[in-house]
Design a protein. Structure first.
Length: 263
């Protein structure tokens, strides 16, 4: 769940014209390619329509799903709606309230713990790309604290910790609710590789869609902003980016096809 953007640190209620959308290919080098459709949704305290989530997974042939504000009740509803049949592999940290997060996948997942010292759970997983080469995709399911009032410094620390996950070799996907937009210097710094990480690409921006809002999806009498992102290293290109509304949550789902370059 996000905060009033008028109170977000460094944010503005209107739309800034800069920085410009990042367009064109972002891959660092050509090579064999593995294609994977990724989706992320903040379920707003587990209230998102589970059938709607599963319908989107089925319709878009999603192979990787990150869910924020993932509750035990939502876990049961997603199972009843048939998600386990579509995405049988799961690393999940269900919690009551807003703190839980889950990653579902059609491919094998390996648990690499969580980003340390965060308010909400942020799992780190490794996905076996099943291309015969042993190649993997590292995934961080992101959900930072909203930068409101005294939480601003914690939000900054959490974004910085997510950025550190960008260090090291191999393709990387950061997927989730960053509670941040391009109007935040901290988010732009994360993309720029601050703290020793690699430079990263926001898939929405590379598609020319960084101004398409993902929150709020119900009437709060607030301007829409993009808080939810799919962010990748430059050995991944994105296509088919879209924002999809789901009943029961004030966030939209973000979906894109990722073209992952492997050695």
């Amino acid at each position: 769940m996000a905060a009033d953007p008028g109170r977000i640190a460094g944010g503005v209620p209107g739309v800034l014209a800069l920085p410009l959308d990042v367009r064109g290919p972002s891959a660092e080098a050509a090579g064999r390619e593995v294609t994977l459709v990724a989706m992320s949704i903040n379920s707003e305290l587990g209230g998102a329509d589970a059938v709607g989530i599963v319908d989107l997974v089925r319709e878009h042939h999603v192979g990787l799903l990150a869910v924020q504000e993932y509750t035990p009740q939502l876990s049961l509803k997603l199972a009843a709606a048939g998600l386990d049949g579509l995405l049988p592999h799961r690393i999940a940290h269900p919690r009551d309230g807003a703190g839980g997060t889950a990653v579902y996948s059609s491919l094998m997942l390996e648990d690499f713990g969580v980003i340390p010292q965060t308010h909400f759970s942020m799992p780190v997983v490794r996905l076996d790309l099943a291309d015969g080469s042993g190649s993997t995709l590292r995934v961080v399911a992101v959900h930072t604290l909203a930068p409101v009032g005294s939480a601003v410094n914690q939000w900054r620390r959490e974004l910085a910790a997510v950025g550190v996950a960008g260090t090291g070799p191999g393709p990387l996907l950061l997927a989730g609710d960053f509670n941040a937009t391009y109007d935040h210097r901290e988010f732009r710094s994360l993309l720029g590789g601050a703290g020793g990480g690699r430079t990263l690409v926001d898939v929405a921006a590379s598609a020319g869609s960084r101004l398409v809002p993902t929150w709020p999806m119900r009437s709060y009498h607030l301007p829409g902003i993009a808080l939810d992102h799919l962010v990748t290293t430059r050995d991944i290109t994105g296509s088919g980016y879209s924002v999809q509304k789901i009943a029961g949550t004030d966030h939209a789902a973000v979906v894109a096809t990722l073209h992952i370059q492997v050695p």
